[in-house]
Design a binder for this molecule. Structure first.
Ligand SMILES: NC(=O)c1ccc[n+]([C@@H]2O[C@H](COP(=O)([O-])OP(=O)(O)OC[C@H]3O[C@@H](n4cnc5c(N)ncnc54)[C@H](O)[C@@H]3O)[C@@H](O)[C@H]2O)c1
Length: 596
């Protein structure tokens, strides 16, 4: 017969524990909430009341419900208070010896039939379980941060966890309104195994001054639709916790260098910069525990005036190319009031591009986003040409031709001969080194990358790629242009994948490796990332949309440039591409799209 859970215990009321107490109490369970000292207990109580008060203020919880919720929680110091609970979940800091000590103590204190659960993110549940005399009743229940909000729970079954314990915990998760995925005991389980390499890589980028914290975070939010950027997420997780998770994953997960904590993390933890909970991490917060970021000495000056500082005046823009990106970019510039000269390789291509721009603008009119007058004005600003010579007097050229270095280099050599001095020459390449293109000209200081995302009229992000020869004036001009286009321009160095692809594709590749290792299914991995981390799509959904061939090519580039062993493309990805399973566009990728 299934167990009845009436009273549960939570040990440790920090970032996770306080949230877990809220989840239980909100769903009608009585909770004994335990801390190590009166002061820590008080902090936990304040976190819980703060969170429930916010829920009331937002209209998500009635006042009476809040009062009933809080009345169900019994705050206590010391584990002895847990003698009558049916299940206890431990959420103390991520140290194996500490958790083992607590489990040995829980084993002594709790009634024999009680289930002992850990919220560990990366430690071995099996190793924790052997500190007790009842390892068959020990299980991992891994909630996500913030626990009251995130839908996912990873249920971690060890080789000795009883089947009835797993079933009862799964039923409990359902009662809590959570979606559970049940998996075996591997470092990082599903979500953290895919998340932490990415987070650590982002910290490494920041540490190497590859881009600012604001730009790294904006790139991932706007380029991938993530709910928050990686550095803001590190602050939410807590840098001490993140450090321990990475360190454990490095040691348990095959010593993948990508999990070796970035040196900066250790320094920040030592300096007491733990993220939101201490009021300062990558960002500075209004006060400890507050989600509100306040300006500090690293906050960039706001406003267009700051952006325009040192920028050249741009009125006339040439766009070279006739594909999807060129078409979108012409529309973006024309709508923003620039005079545009579109150059293709022939009148027929120009006619097609012109048609595509018209169709897209008309869609805007139908959807009520653009007036007919504005549409006509935008079209009136574009001149259609098949001759590069017409770019002699433009102020900015944006190149969006085929992704082949020889073609781009030849084009830039021609632009160098044709264009007037002082022109900014930009490439939209997504994978080639901008410096190679720049060196095809006699004016590398004027060359920069402007990496638009597809579809350009919709995606709010542009990566501004500065080479080691790009001048400050050229960068300032690119930033001012992005601002006028209504896009967020993020500045980064000239490295394979820039910010977004460099952070995104290794994660997707890791998901393929996880599937290949039969650790979980594509559906559960997709669920884990969507419900545990708030991603708009799971990795396999996204791979099928992007195209497996495109993803493989990007991953290969990253691997070849950085020679990071962990970046080696997953063999399964290579095989699927060889088999012609390219994703939605070919009807089949990780999933079969012909039957949907
Ligand atoms: N932070 C996250 O985003 C996140 C997400 C999922 C899981 N986890 C896991 O949850 C666990 C807790 O992490 P956290 O971020 O909440 O840590 P935290 O540092 O915010 O909180 C830990 C709490 O445990 C208390 N504590 C320490 N020793 C204790 C003892 N002997 N008895 C009772 N309480 C004790 C501390 O006073 C503190 O309040 C870790 O295993 C972590 O890996 C964290």
């Amino acid at each position: 017969m299934a167990r009845e859970f009436t009273r549960v215990g939570v040990v440790g009321l920090g970032t996770m524990g306080a949230g877990i107490v809220e989840v239980f109490a909100r769903n009608g369970l009585d909770v004994t909430a335990v801390e190590i000292s009166e002061a820590a207990l008080e902090r936990g109580r304040v976190t819980l009341t703060g969170s429930t008060d916010r829920a009331v203020a937002k209209g998500k919880l009635a006042e009476a419900e809040r009062d009933a919720l809080l009345a169900r929680v019994d705050f206590r110091v010391g584990l002895d208070a847990l003698h009558d609970v049916d299940l206890v979940i431990e959420a103390v800091p991520e140290h194996l010896d500490l958790k083992q000590r607590i489990f040995a103590e829980l084993d002594r204190v709790c009634k024999p039939e009680a289930i002992l659960a850990t919220n560990t993110s990366s430690l071995s549940v099996t190793e924790i379980s052997v500190a007790t005399t009842r390892p068959n009743q020990v299980i991992g229940i891994h909630f996500f941060n913030p626990a009251p909000v995130m839908k996912l729970v990873e249920v971690v079954r060890t080789v000795v966890t009883s089947a009835d314990v797993v079933a009862d915990v799964e039923a409990l998760c359902e009662r809590l309104g959570k979606v559970d995925v049940t998996i075996s005991d591997r470092a990082g389980f599903i979500a953290n195994a895919l998340l932490f390499g990415y987070l650590n890589h982002a910290v490494g980028m920041f540490e190497a001054r590859y881009a600012t914290r604001e730009d790294i975070d904006a790139a991932m939010k706007l380029g991938c639709g993530l709910p928050m950027g990686p550095l803001a997420l590190m602050d939410l997780i807590g840098l001490d916790t993140a450090y321990e998770i990475l360190d454990t994953m490095y040691r348990r997960g095959g010593r993948d260098r990508r999990h070796a904590p970035a040196p900066l993390l250790k320094q920040m933890v030592t300096a007491g910069l733990l993220g939101r909970k201490s009021g300062r991490g990558f960002y500075t917060y209004e006060r400890p525990g507050s989600p509100k970021v306040v300006p500090d000495e690293y906050t960039p000056p706001a406003g267009d005036a700051a952006l325009a500082d040192g920028a050249r005046a741009i009125a006339k823009v040439g766009v070279v190319g006739s594909g999807t990106m060129a078409t979108g970019i012409i529309e973006v510039f024309a709508k923003a009031g620039y005079e545009v000269i579109s150059v293709t390789r022939g009148a027929e291509k120009s006619a097609k591009v012109c048609e595509a721009v018209k169709t897209s603008l008309n869609k805007g009119v139908v959807r009520g986003k653009l007036s007919e007058t504005d549409r006509d004005a935008a079209l009136g600003r574009v001149t259609w040409s098949a001759t590069l010579d017409h770019l002699a007097d433009v102020d900015l050229v944006v190149e969006a031709v085929i992704e082949e270095l020889s073609v781009k280099k030849a084009l830039f050599a021609s632009l160098d001969e044709i264009c007037k001095p002082g022109v900014v020459l930009a490439t939209t390449t997504s994978s080639l080194p901008v410096i190679d293109v720049a060196m095809a000209t006699q004016r590398p200081a004027d060359v920069i990358g402007l990496h638009f995302f597809n579809p350009a009229p919709i995606m709010p992000l542009v990566e501004i790629v500065r080479t080691i020869r790009t001048s400050a004036e050229t960068s300032a001009t690119a930033r001012a242009v992005c601002a006028k286009l209504g896009k967020t321009g993020v500045v980064c160095g000239d490295r394979s994948g820039f910010i977004v692809n460099a952070l995104l594709f290794p994660y997707l590749n890791d998901a393929v490796k996880m599937l290949e290792a039969s650790y979980s299914t594509a559906d559960d991995i997709d669920y884990a990332m969507k419900l545990g981390c708030g991603y708009p799509m799971g990795p396999f959904e996204l791979l099928d949309v992007v195209g497996l061939d495109v993803s493989l090519a990007i991953q290969r580039e990253l691997y070849l440039e950085l020679r990071e062993p962990g970046f080696a493309p997953a063999p399964l990805l290579e095989h699927l591409v060889t088999a012609g399973y390219l994703g939605r566009k070919s009807g089949r990728g990780f999933r079969d799209h012909t039957r949907r």
